[in-house]
Design a protein around this ligand. Sequence first.
Ligand SMILES: [Zn+2]
Length: 63
Amino acid sequence: MRWELIPKPRSIFLRVKCLKCANEQIVFERSSSYVKCTVCDELLAQPAGGKAKIRGEVLQSLS
Ligand SMILES: [Zn+2]
């Protein structure tokens, strides 16, 4: 059905674990800016045309 192709305008947050220092923080899935670890400054997410590319380990999705 056609309506299923329309993306849901729902905001999703991801709980991401930093691969470098194991810090956990919440990252907006559609972040349009670079998200860095608040502890060690490692890049956790980068903008990639709407949906952010997650560089860390995604532990959980929070809607
Ligand atoms: Zn870190």
